[in-house]
Design a protein around this ligand. Structure first.
Ligand SMILES: [Zn+2]
Length: 277
């Protein structure tokens, strides 16, 4: 195994999971998942998108995304910057961007997610970064929420993103923080490691390095403001592994508090990177 970030081949085995292992590069410190046995289910099947994960209680999700739009407006100096949303999922950010009349375009690798977003009348497409570059698309801003950890080839991903930005453009992305106290507490049981579709785990230093190596400047990395799941979502995601799913689902539906109470995805916060091109 060669580190995609520093090209060294010296890794330490940090955690053994059910079907994979987490390795740390001894030079740059990045954490990479090595798959030992492919999971039987497709990574992004219908189940992955069947639940609506984020809590919309108290408008928390909308407030979170509106604050991201304010940041972009301020840094770009336009009230309506054009935005490409990479890994748009079912359009949580898209809805807010549309509400603010931003020229919005979302892409995602999952046809299921794109269909859900299209049903909300969002301008989205199940397409690739490569195709957008060939079409010579350009945007004032790129956002990518909780997507980078899913990307096996982050150099291609970020280099493509840079090509899709106008000079002076901004990228804003979020990803779990590998140095969160939650990880040291949960170790190999950390939910971020145990999501089959997550492959690379960043901290402030490695996130900065991968952005630098792909031509971004003025990189600022901070602990992100909190995002919130609902307890129902968490129970539904973990229940197939430990409990009788149907029984749990029927119980979960009955208690409205489980569908409304906001639980932070990481009480210590994920990472947010903002960088310029
Ligand atoms: Zn390395």
């Amino acid at each position: 195994m060669t580190c995609f970030l520093c090209k060294k081949t010296d890794f330490v085995n940090k955690y053994k999971l059910l079907h994979s292992e987490i390795f740390q590069c001894t030079l740059c410190g990045i954490f990479i998942k090595k798959i030992l046995k492919q999971p039987q289910n497709k990574l992004y099947d219908k189940d992955y998108y069947a639940q609506y994960p984020y809590s919309h209680t108290l408008g928390l999700t909308n407030r979170y995304f509106r604050s991201k739009i304010r940041t972009l407006q301020k840094l770009i100096g336009k009230s309506r910057p054009s935005v490409l949303d990479i890994g748009c999922g079912w359009g949580d950010f898209g809805i807010v961007a549309k509400g603010e009349s931003l020229p919005y375009f979302g892409i995602d690798g999952s046809p299921t997610a794109i269909q859900i977003a299209k049903n909300k009348n969002l301008f989205v497409e199940n397409t690739t970064l490569k195709k957008l570059i060939l079409q010579k698309k350009q945007f004032d801003a790129i956002v990518s929420f909780q997507t980078l950890e899913h990307v096996k080839n982050p150099h291609f991903f970020l280099n493509s993103a840079r090509q899709l930005l106008r000079p002076g453009g901004i990228i804003l992305l979020t990803t779990p923080n590998n140095l969160t106290p939650l990880r040291f507490l949960m170790r190999g049981k950390w939910s971020v490691y145990n999501t089959d579709s997550h492959f690379v785990f960043y901290d402030t230093k490695t996130l900065r390095l991968i952005l630098e190596k792909n031509g971004f400047t003025n990189i600022e990395i901070n602990i992100d403001s909190l995002r919130f799941f609902t307890p129902a979502y968490i129970l539904k995601r973990i229940s197939p592994k430990i409990l009788n799913t149907k029984l749990v689902l029927s119980k979960v539906e009955r208690f409205s508090i489980l569908n409304t109470l906001p639980i932070p995805t990481d009480p210590f916060g994920d990472l947010e990177a903002i960088a310029h091109f």
